[in-house]
Design a protein around this ligand. Structure first.
Ligand code: ADP
Length: 264
């Protein structure tokens, strides 16, 4: 049986096709989120990669900020649940999940069955989210994927004192004008995100092992800085950004199995 999970995020759409609730046949991602044709693009790509057609898919679950905009789904569930399920599938020792996406950050405590027990989130302020990194990369004319390796060259990260993205933007521009070293500036930007999310994590309480999902998890400098602040190792998987879609595909499998057995 094949199931499909689609995650329509604020910046990026993702899709995962799963076989028998175990094998990931394909995963696809497009930097086109809510309000775009991103969901159609990732669905087409995922089906091409898996060499399957829509009629082969038994059950589709959609998640993410834009989940209510996608009509052709059997169910819609929250991304908190999906990240908990997807994270536990790839990293069963996970007890705390830190998800930093394009417009919010969430910290979840998860039990040994992958069930979310509690969570905290920041969805009010762009600082401490991927949006902050996107804005700063834009100002510095850098690719988001290069921030971590530039930051790694820093000897003395600049301290970004503004707690608001708009003020931090002016702060970064004035640091540039006064000749701040680029790696120090980029390290300061990454550390600022890490620091804000670490405060959120401390509010919930951090139980090991700690795992990261969402696009920002790919930034090693953010991960390691957060790990240092929290005094733990922060693990991640190269699939971090598609974990929500994976969780949705896993949920779709459990749901369709229940339906088959008449439990519903
Ligand atoms: P959403 O679901 O809200 O679209 P995602 O979890 O897909 O969020 O993450 C999108 C965010 O991840 C964007 O802000 C993007 O800049 C960031 N991102 C993507 N790749 C990287 C990377 N290599 N390093 C840091 N951030 C990244």
């Amino acid at each position: 049986m094949l199931t499909l999970g689609i995650d329509i995020g604020s910046t990026t759409s993702k899709a995962v096709i799963l076989e028998e609730g175990k094998h990931i046949l394909s995963a696809s991602l497009a930097v086109a989120g809510i309000g775009t044709n991103g969901p159609e693009i990732v669905l087409r790509e995922a089906m091409e990669k898996a060499k399957v057609q829509e009629k082969d898919i038994s059950h589709t679950v959609v998640t993410g900020y834009g989940r209510n905009t996608y009509k052709a789904a059997d169910a819609r569930i929250s991304e908190l649940t999906c990240h908990a399920i997807g994270g536990s599938f790839v990293f069963p020792e996970m007890r705390t999940l830190i998800d930093i996406g394009g417009q919010d950050a969430k910290v979840l405590s998860v039990d040994e069955n992958g069930m979310m027990q509690n969570f905290v989130m920041n969805d009010k302020c762009a600082a401490g989210t991927g949006r902050f990194l996107d804005v700063m990369a834009g100002i510095l004319h850098l690719d988001i994927n290069d921030l971590s390796k530039i930051a790694a060259q820093s000897r003395k990260p600049v301290s970004i004192s503004s707690t608001c993205t708009v003020f931090a933007e002016s702060e970064v521009i004035s640091q540039l004008a006064t000749g701040a070293d680029l790696p120090d500036l980029v390290a300061g930007i990454c550390a600022s995100v890490a620091g804000k999310v670490a405060v959120l994590a401390k509010r919930l309480g951090v139980k090991e092992k700690v795992f990261m999902s969402g696009g920002v998890a790919q930034n090693t400098y953010v991960r390691e800085t957060m790990g240092k602040i929290l005094g733990v190792q922060v693990y991640y998987s190269p699939q971090s950004q598609t974990l929500g879609a994976l969780g949705a595909a896993l949920y779709a499998y459990s749901k369709s199995n229940h339906i088959k057995q008449g439990v519903n």
